[in-house]
Each structure stands twice: as C-alpha cells, then as structure tokens.
Write a protein that binds this ligand. Sequence first.
Ligand code: BGP
Length: 482
Amino acid sequence: MKFTKKDFLWGGATAANQFEGEFNKDGKSLNVAEMVPYVKLQDRASMPLDISAFSKKNLEKSIENKEGLHYPKRIGSNHYNRYKEDIDLLAEAKMDIYRMSISWGRIYPNGDESKPNEKGLEFYRNLLNYCKQKGLKVMVTLHHFDTPYPIGVKYGGWMNKEVINMFVKYAKTLFTEFGNIVDFWLPFNEINVSCFAPMMSATFPEDYPGVSYDQLRFQTLHNQLIAQAKVVQLGHEMLKKKNIGCMIANMTTYPLDCNPVNIIEWQKSEQVSRYFFFDMVAKGEYPTYIIKLFEKLNVKLDTNPEEMNILKNNTVDFLSFSYYMTGTVAKKEEGKTGGNLMAMGKNPFLKANEWGWQIDPQGLRYTLNDLWNRYHLPIFISENGIGHDEKLNDKKTVDDDYRIDYMHQHFIAINDALEDGVDVFGYTMWGVIDLVSAGTSEMSKRYGLVYVDYDDYHNGTGDRFKKKSFNWFKNFKETFEL
Ligand code: BGP
C-alpha cells in the first residue's frame, strides 16, 4: 500500500542559530543561543542540558571569549554562504516544503531600532526567492531560541512587556517584506521552552533578585503568549490568510502502569507539561488546572483583561509540534532518560538512541489522534528525527539505515493517523542538513539526510555529502510500501 494523501507536504527543517553561521556579519547581533560554549560531555545519556550555563554572568564571558572556549553555533553549517547549494539539495530530494527560521538579530540587532537592517532583509529575500525558484513552499519561524542578547541587557529579556512590542514590530516587517512568498508562519519555536528555561529567552534570574523562579518562568511564557496572539492578529489583518501556527515541544508520556496513583500522577503531568501550551494557543485561555497551580506556587501574573481578550481572540490556525520521543510518568520515578531540557521516565518497551531519546513511532500516531480529538485543528509536524554520531565512510557517504528505519516507521504512523481520521497535513524532518545541536552544541549529534563536513571544533571543509537516507527520501513517495 502507498501513502495515500497526495497533497501532504513533506520536507525538512532547520534553525538560523544552529545552521547559518556568520553570527556577526552584516550587522547581526549575538543571541543567547549562540553564547553557550561547547563543553564535551563525558556521558551523553546524562542529558538534559545544564541550564545554569545560561546565567548572564557566564554568557558575558563569551563576548570576549577570554577563556578560549568554543562556540559552534557561531559558525553553524555556514548556510549563510552556502544557501543555494542547500536549497538545491532539498529540491533534489523532492521535498515540498522547507521550514527555516529568520534571525531576529539580523533584522533588528538591538530590538528597538526604528528601521530594520537592510542587509539582513536582503539575505532572507534572496534565500526565500531561491526557495520559490526551486519550487519549495516555505514555513518561517520568527523566534527559534534566539532573542538578541542586547534585549536581555537593556530590557531584561521577555519579562519586560516592551519586548512584546519589539517582537510585533519585527513580525510586521517580515509580513510586509515576505508576506507574499512565505506559505506558513510560526511566531515561536517550542514556546514552552521559556517555561522550562526562561534564561533561553534572556530572562536571567540574576536580574530579578527576590522574584521566584516560578514567577519568572510563567511571566516570561505569558509575555511570549501575548506576543504570539498579537502576531496572529496582525497576520490575519495583513496577510488575509489563515496560515499562522505556534510550535510546541511535545513531550507525550504514558503512565508507567495501571496503578491508579500512577494514572493520576500521569494525568497531572500531561496537563502541566503538554496540554497547557496547546490549550493556550488553541483555546486562548488559562485552564483551571493552571490557575490552581499558580495559587499553589504563588505565581501572580502581571496581566490585564485586555491581554486576556487578545489571547482569546487570536488563536492559531493550525497546531504544530516537535516529536522525538516519549516517556513515562509514575508517582515514584523509576529512573530517567534523554530529552534536551527535561528528562523523561524510562519505558521498557522502547529502544533509545545514544542520548537516551526513546524511539516511539506508535507514540506519534497516539499523539496525532490525541491532539486532533482535543482541538480539531489541522496539524503540521514541524520537527522529528534521530540524532546519531556519524562519520563519512570511504565512499564519502553515511550508511544511516537506522535513520531510514526511523523515518519509515514514523511515516507509517502518520499514515495510520490519517486513516484514523486525523487532519495532519505536513511533516518537516529536523536538521535535514547536519547542523549544530541545540542541546549539546555538538556538531556530532547529527540529524541530516546530508552530512556536513565539520567536527565539534569546526575542523573540516563544510562540504555537503548525501547520506544513504537522502536517496531513500528522494524515492520514498514512489516506492514507499506501508
Ligand atoms: C528541538 C529544537 C531544535 C533541535 C531539536 C533536537 O528542541 O527545536 O532546535 O535542535 O530539538 O534537539 P538537540 O539538538 O538537542 O538534539
């Protein structure tokens, strides 16, 4: 049997801060994501990331880099200079869509300028036009962990409501410039990350003495949710299209077993770690379970009825999420594994990659059904894939059969969900051309169908080589058997 949905959009995804390089060219400012050094991990499965690395004090050292530390995201995969070659590869792989992000700091380096940086606009104009020339649809993320650092310094990051206005101004510029060539917009990548690590949105606890960490993380998220809703409102006015989503890091879990205490624990965890974020962007109001949580944590949001109306009236046109793994939840945890920000409970039925990320294609079918049943909105899977440490072989390729198997199983799960009646309309494979890992800052945690010749210290030519999975992807629509 073949995959039946003819107009399904298949493609690949990247993010500016992990892929472009040229971190200070043509007027661009540094962002928080680019300031975290690469530190060799002794034990890869010991993730998640140590978020204390994101303290302002630590990051400041990286501006002058007196300690000789290495910052892989500043060089990325040198896409800034090789974008034509990269887009050619996506077109050659017969992709329908490319998900990329625009770097805020290339357009408004300090956030508060009255005019955008023309050089930054020019780069993206050329890139987007080239995508169109090659027949690719484009999905653009406006914020992929890359709040410009100057916004952190001058405004204290996303705790400051002024940053909402700066972000809306940035969105307005992009809608004006590229509204006619971009097919889908995602104001935020994994918006819920700000709730787990507000420092990644330039909210540094050291700037807010006396304010609790819970207050910081929920207020940072709240301000981003308001920005998200305002960008939806603006997009609907300016673009006259319904093509705006919001991307959420989806961390599906199962109860460890059928012990009722574990079921209750799991249900609570699903609400707080998953449904909360989808509820906010799809239904536009704070759910009662979160209001109760705020009471318990003594979180008092700085907000007003006008903001609540904006949230309610400007919900997303489609749902979008990243899906890599699933985990388990129990009252008494039995051991944790994987995840770049949050570790998850182990599942004895699943295998994991080297970083402990548990591979679960069936879980994708479950997730798609679950979200469809809950929200009845079209769904786009904007990230999925498998990270592997790889080297080029003598034939200048990588025999990544595990990636082919991973894709095959997940594509079957998507087809199953379609058969179940879920309205899922597209998929972009993460890190389609090798790039620097968000969580580890390693180049050697590779996701691509295309190998990029750089190691963790950026030794190498940066040349691109097709892996075995590239050819599989190129042909799967014709040859794919379910
Ligand atoms: C998501 C991010 C991506 C990406 C991916 C894989 O959380 O949106 O930027 O990198 O996860 O994670 P990692 O690079 O840590 O393996």
